[in-house]
Design a protein around this ligand. Structure first.
Ligand code: SF4
Ligand code: MG
Length: 313
């Protein structure tokens, strides 16, 4: 369970008030070595909070995060620093996450300096190697971020994330700020790098067409909870949760034969500060029953690696 507000503010709240500021609640999932698990959902559903909590950029107030079998929530600052070589994050906005007055070389080498990896000369070689790997000419290493396009800046961000040879990368909406034409190139780069460096990804996105191309499995989030999780092909062909069905039915498809009947959701996305009782989705669900308003659905296993939290199942 995670609270996205500062602890000192929280402590002034009563227990009941604390309850209503849960950004993410009872979220439980595994990411297997070498795979890409996507987390998808509307903005404010808790995807980024979940991703950041794994790296403890946001401190979870309850729960565990196991990395290679060890609970890193219990780690000290120093232990955490060591584990961060293995776990990296690529942010949505390459414009905001790169220091404007640092050269590309300095930006990519920064994690190496912080972790005191290699000599100056070795770092320089590594930067050139990484620039090549992400499709940037090492000749541009003395340039500043503003001299690059959006897609190139995201490549710089990826090179920086790769500098310490991580095993696991959280990609938080890494192509959302890019032009559609550039998105595909960057997605392909993520895939190539995954193969080459045996990377594992948690890929956070609100965009189902991106998720479809990049992920092995998908978790769908709604108001701080994972409502469905399945293999990508399964989720797209047999969505089990009404919210997933609505998301998919809103997505334009080229192949009209496979279009799912359009499900229009009632009302607005409720505020995560005060989610509805029972099933959080009941205020918008076209299939809601009496029970949905009072009883929170538990996670049911539909087999084939497919889980859903809905009373219809
Ligand atoms: Fe809809 Fe009820 Fe299922 Fe929630 S539990 S998604 S309200 S049918
Ligand atoms: Mg986000």
């Amino acid at each position: 369970k995670y609270f996205p507000v500062k602890r000192d503010i929280l402590q002034k709240l009563t227990r009941k008030e604390q309850k209503v500021v849960k950004a993410v609640d009872d979220v439980n999932f595994k990411v297997y070595k070498g795979e890409t698990l996507a987390l998808v959902g509307e903005s404010g559903c808790g995807k980024s909070t979940t991703g950041r909590s794994l790296l403890r950029l946001i401190e979870p107030t309850e729960g565990n995060v196991f990395f290679e079998g060890k609970d890193i929530v219990a780690y000290s600052k120093q232990e955490l620093k060591n584990i961060k070589k293995d776990m990296q994050i690529v942010f949505q906005d390459p414009f905001a996450s790169l220091h404007p007055r640092m050269t590309v070389e300095e930006i990519i080498a920064e994690p190496l300096s912080i972790h005191k990896v290699g000599s100056r000369e070795e770092r320089r070689t590594k930067v050139e190697y990484l620039m090549e790997k992400v499709g940037l000419s090492p000749q541009m290493k003395k340039r500043y971020p503003h001299e690059f396009s959006g897609g190139q800046r995201q490549r710089i961000g990826i090179a920086k994330a790769l500098a310490l040879n991580p095993k696991f990368i959280i990609c938080d909406e890494p192509v959302s700020a890019l032009d559609v034409s550039v998105q595909a190139q960057v997605i392909n780069l993520f895939k190539e790098l995954q193969k080459q460096f045996s990377l594992t990804y948690l890929f956070i996105s609100h965009d189902l067409s991106v998720v479809k191309h990049v992920s092995d499995r998908v978790g769908v989030m709604y108001l701080g909870k994972i409502v469905e999780i399945a293999n990508t092909a399964d989720l797209f062909s047999r969505p089990a949760h009404p919210y997933t069905q609505a998301l998919l039915s809103a997505k334009p498809v080229i192949d009209e034969k496979n279009r799912i009947e359009r499900i229009v959701l009632d009302g607005e996305l409720p505020t995560p500060l005060n989610p509805p009782s029972g099933c959080h989705f009941h205020t918008r669900c076209p299939f809601k029953m009496e029970k949905c308003m009072h009883v929170e659905p538990t996670v049911k296993d539909l087999g084939t690696n497919h889980q859903v939290a809905c009373h219809l199942h």
